[in-house]
Design a protein around this ligand. Structure first.
Ligand SMILES: Nc1ncnc2c1ncn2[C@@H]1O[C@H](COP(=O)(O)OP(=O)(O)O)[C@@H](O)[C@H]1O
Ligand SMILES: [Mg+2]
Length: 364
């Protein structure tokens, strides 16, 4: 048994190191630490959650308990949960900044590299690719946000395996973190499977709030899963995310290439630079024989890239693991990192890093 008596200072120093899982700041700085009582080798700490029934309370409790248990002179660490008062929540809220009074945090001189992923039509794998690229960037040690701007056809929550609402601190939405990526989607705010029937101006408003009323906290990369097609969203994105670079996803078919070309010309009309093309479902490798099949002939990715005079950033094979992993909420780069599709996606992420690093107006 230890003979050292733990001090209040030692407890506070240990708590200082505990970060809130989604706000990424010390719980001490966030004002989440309430009463601390020490009785011999037993420490009791009260943690004030931002909202009652916070979906992350078990994780916060575990982090605090681990930090205290590691201290010399502590044999039992007891963590009780409480909820902040309105005033405490307001203080936290003003401490972390952001909010509706603010313009877009992603201005041209912001350090975040914004990459909008577009496609001419749906079903080409745009969301699957966006989710996987986000995880691949996070696995390389970058902080990454993923904004699901496909308000009508959102699929990011399911693909990333998130089945809980986003936490609100006052009027500020806290992105939901999954696989190391900060996510925001209309799916975190509506009942599952309820149709989203918003018209143009509301769509603009929804996207504006997703950019200005979300605690993005300046990630290294913000990936935006755009709705398919060439609608008015491009214009909204260009206004709110003036430093965004666009990546176009297409399949090898010539018809897909043709509609993808329209998305590219829309991007150029609103001054969003297209930095490259990703071709998805490029070929299929039979898992039993290893034989390679060109399911969709056409070479659409390469010809679109050359037509736009941009690089072909990657070719992703058609692989059942991509579809399975997406349905299971664990994208393929996390579920099966050795699979050909995962490796292709990782290479593509590296190509994107290299491309945006060289962009004028985007901080290096
Ligand atoms: N490379 C791939 N291999 C196998 N299935 C894929 C691949 N890319 C996408 N899919 C599947 O195709 C469907 C459409 O993909 P999704 O990412 O939702 O497309 P989009 O966002 O363009 O509409 C999904 O069921 C997804 O799992
Ligand atoms: Mg999609």
């Amino acid at each position: 048994m230890s003979t050292t008596r733990v001090t209040h200072d030692a407890v506070m120093a240990a708590l200082q190191e505990v970060h809130d899982p989604e706000l990424h700041r010390s719980i001490v700085a966030l004002g989440m630490v309430g009463e601390v009582t020490i009785s011999e080798t037993r420490v009791t700490v009260s943690i004030k959650l931002t909202v009652a029934g916070c979906p992350l309370k078990a994780e916060i409790q575990r982090r605090v308990s681990d930090a205290l248990s590691g201290l010399d002179g502590v044999e039992t660490a007891h963590v009780t949960l409480d909820t902040m008062t309105d005033e405490e929540r307001r203080q936290l809220r003003s401490g972390i900044g952001g909010g509706p009074e603010r313009p877009s945090p992603f201005t041209a001189d912001s350090p975040t590299k914004v990459i909008a992923i577009a496609s001419g039509k749906g079903g080409v794998g745009k969301s699957s690719i966006t989710a996987n690229l986000a995880i691949a960037l996070a696995q390389r040690g970058h902080t990454v946000g993923l904004l699901d701007a496909d308000v009508y056809g959102y699929s990011i929550p399911r693909m990333m395996g998130v089945h809980r609402p986003a936490v609100m601190v006052d009027d500020l939405m806290i992105p939901v973190e999954a696989h190391g990526v900060r996510l925001m989607s209309i799916g975190f705010l509506t009942e599952e499977d309820s149709p989203v029937i918003w018209r143009g101006p509301m769509l603009h408003k929804a996207l504006t709030s997703f950019i200005t009323e979300v605690y993005w906290d300046a990630p290294d990369y913000l990936l935006v899963d755009l709705p398919p097609g060439t609608g008015d969203v491009s214009l909204t994105i260009a206004q709110l995310l003036p430093s965004a670079a666009m990546v176009i996803v297409t399949t090898p078919q010539i018809t897909a290439q043709r509609v993808a070309r329209r998305a590219a010309s829309m991007a150029r009309r609103v001054n969003l630079p297209v930095i490259g093309v990703i071709e998805n479902m490029s070929w299929f490798i039979a898992p039993d024989t290893g034989a390679r099949y060109e399911v969709f002939s056409g070479g659409g990715g390469a010809s679109l890239a050359s037509e736009l005079a941009v690089p072909l950033l990657g070719q992703i094979p058609l692989e059942s693991s991509v579809a399975h992993a997406g349905d299971a909420g664990l994208p393929v780069v996390a579920a099966a990192p050795e699979s050909p599709a995962a490796r292709a996606l990782e290479l593509t992420a590296q190509q994107i890093i290299a491309s945006v690093a060289g962009l004028a107006g985007v901080a290096g």
